[in-house]
Design a binder for this molecule. Structure first.
Ligand SMILES: [Ca+2]
Ligand SMILES: [Ca+2]
Ligand SMILES: [Ca+2]
Length: 158
């Protein structure tokens, strides 16, 4: 019985050593897909996002840091008159170069008839990729009324 126990320990030890060798640490990532699940149905004043149809025309922004001064913007890739909750999928190609840095995802309402004011910012969430590297290739970030699934390809070091 005791021999069996030692054998078991040896097997465990061998297995953990092997898996350690094979699993190089994650050094960077790339967001390949965003699924917007929920967003606020009304703005901070309780008004509809749009004057006429009411429903927002959502697209996503991404930036390293906490604001969108230099963020990528793709207003053509959007869902007109979106209703929360739902599953609004966006194929993207956004690098997570520094895992310890803060990155921000934002949901915006595209406004063709109000170009001077800019589009309405409906909500945003900041996150640090390091917090999610132990999860699989998909993780969820939620803050207030905003919930987003993030699909990531992690890159491991050599
Ligand atoms: Ca609007
Ligand atoms: Ca609309
Ligand atoms: Ca709009």
């Amino acid at each position: 019985m005791r021999n069996l126990f030692y054998l078991f320990c040896l097997a465990c030890l061998t297995f953990s050593m092997v898996s350690c060798e094979e699993e190089n640490p994650i050094i960077s990532g790339k967001i390949t897909k965003i699924d917007v699940l929920t967003f606020p149905s009304f703005d901070e004043n309780g008004d509809s996002w749009d004057n006429f149809q009411g429903l927002p025309d959502i697209y996503v922004k991404f930036n390293r840091g906490t604001d969108f001064s230099t963020g990528a913007e793709d207003t053509a890739n959007r869902y007109d008159d979106a209703v929360s909750p739902g599953t609004f999928a966006f194929d993207v190609d956004w690098d997570l170069d520094v895992l310890g840095d803060t990155y921000t995802l934002g949901i915006y309402d595209y406004d063709l008839i109000d170009p001077l004011d800019g589009d309405d910012e409906m909500g945003k969430i900041s996150f640090v990729p390091d917090d999610y590297t132990d999860e699989s290739s998909k993780f969820n970030i939620t803050s207030g009324n905003v919930s987003i699934n993030v699909t990531v390809e992690w890159t491991r070091g050599e």
